[in-house]
Design a protein around this ligand. Structure first.
Ligand code: ACO
Length: 409
């Protein structure tokens, strides 16, 4: 029996702080008029609170997606976080998200394909499900690029915003879901959009910090030319691969980088504005989060109906591009969820936090009291040590792939 990959849950999360074009006029030599006419952006959300990170935004968006789908985190098989602003080089942001959600049976990895990343991740989820390797995959796009932006560079700081969007993709026998995808890359254009330092080629040093090499550098015109060319051709190819024509597409959900880029794609594809979702005036360019955030907006605005064909298309650093056609299968609007189910979900999310805290505390305690004194094959000398080892063993056995510690003699 053929397996289809259906989007059954969705959610987004945005930092509270809003930065308007007027605010930017006070930071750099720019104007509301220039930003609006050259990009279409009026405001963006910025993570100003240090406790708001790529992972916390991703967790909130994913919790919403799980609530909408009414699926517990424990059923998720894989967490994919697409991001260009990961919390660390390692561990992956996806692992932090997996822990924060209490997705105790899930694998987790980050996917790096800049603004095309969400559609890349959706395509990977489709592959995992179609190949029988997963039943539920969380696909999340999350960014805090404001932390990599040079706030004295007017050519980039006016563009980006922070946020996260997530979808839960589920295996289904119902035809539809992800019908096709097109993924592309041209690394020869890697220098058009780059954070030069902080990786293995140019590790952090006093010089790299002093020369601002940890900030986003962009050849705006170069990216613009690439984007206007690639968006329409990738979109067209995805539609053809789905066995459809552009007339069958009810809604185009493009990457929200610049209104002029979207309008160019609309013109080339022959799509009028009522068949295109544009929300960058409110959020700016949230990179890989822009497509799932726009999907949530489209659903909220009543612009998605069961059996609609949605065309998602992104482009970005790499250079990369990605397009996918999704046949929407969930009837909308959703019936309201009972307070009891909402309470159950939020209870489970709180328990995930308690569990995470407990595991960290236990690991620390174990290392201090037992781990440094003896290796796992030696019996503990104290009753406390033996008790801790048993507790750790019990907690570890909750994991599907965790290696079991040796039994206490
Ligand atoms: N305010 C006022 N003037 C500005 C600003 C600003 N914020 N930024 C640039 N200018 C000036 C420039 O200095 C230039 O002045 P000059 O003519 O005196 O030299 C003038 O405006 C025109 O500059 P351009 O760079 O030619 O402006 P353009 O019309 O190309 O717009 C923009 C610039 C908005 C960056 C555009 O090129 C663009 O959107 N490019 C695509 C960028 C993009 O999509 N990046 C994200 C990719 S997704 C990802 O992977 C993260």
């Amino acid at each position: 029996m053929r397996r289809y990959a259906q989007i059954i849950g969705w959610g987004r999360s945005l930092p509270n702080h809003i930065l308007t074009n007027d605010d930017l006029e006070r930071i750099v030599d720019t104007s509301d008029e220039w930003i609006r006419t050259r990009t279409g952006i009026r405001q963006r959300h910025i993570a100003t609170d240090p406790r708001e990170t790529t992972a916390t935004l991703a967790i909130k968006a994913a919790q919403e997606a799980l609530r909408v789908a009414d699926v517990p985190a424990s059923k998720v098989d894989m967490v994919i976080v697409s991001t260009s602003s990961p919390e660390h080089i390692f561990p992956s942001t996806a692992s932090l998200v997996q822990d924060g959600l209490g997705a105790v049976h899930a694998g987790a990895f980050d996917l790096s394909a800049a603004c095309s990343g969400f559609v890349y991740a959706l395509s990977v989820a489709h592959g995992l499900i179609a190949g029988g390797l997963a039943e539920y995959v969380l696909v999340i796009g999350s960014e805090t690029l404001s932390r990599f932006v040079d706030w004295s560079d007017r050519s980039t700081c006016v563009l980006f915003g922070d946020g996260a969007g997530a979808v839960l993709v589920a295996a289904s026998e119902v035809p539809g879901g992800v019908l096709s995808s097109v993924l592309g890359s041209d690394g020869s254009g890697g220098d058009l959009l780059i954070i030069p330092a902080g990786g293995s080629k140019l590790p952090a040093s006093l010089e790299t910090v002093a020369s601002g090499q940890h900030y986003v550098k962009m050849d705006g015109r170069g990216v613009f030319r690439f984007a206007t060319r690639i968006m329409a051709s990738a979109a067209q190819e995805a539609v053809e691969r789905a066995g459809l024509s552009m007339d069958d597409i009810e809604l185009l959900i493009p990457h929200q980088a610049n209104r002029r880029i979207i309008e160019s794609a609309m013109k080339q594809l022959g799509l009028a504005e009522d068949r295109v979702l544009i929300d960058l005036d409110r959020y700016g360019n949230t990179s890989t989060a822009s497509i799932p955030i726009a999907l949530c907006d489209a659903i909220e605005e009543g612009r998605v109906k069961q059996h609609d064909h949605l065309l998602m298309v992104g482009f970005g650093g790499g250079l990369t591009w990605a397009a996918a056609v999704v046949e929407w299968s969930v009837p909308l609007p959703l019936p309201s969820t009972s307070w009891w189910r909402i309470a159950q979900h939020s209870g489970a999310f709180h328990m995930a936090q308690v569990r995470s805290f407990g595991r960290r505390a236990l690991r620390r305690l174990y290392n201090v009291t037992v781990g440094e004194q003896e290796d796992d094959n030696q019996p503990s000398r104290t009753v406390f040590g033996r008790g801790l080892r048993r507790l750790r063993s019990r907690l570890s056995s909750g994991r599907s792939s965790g290696q079991q510690p040796p039994k206490e003699p």
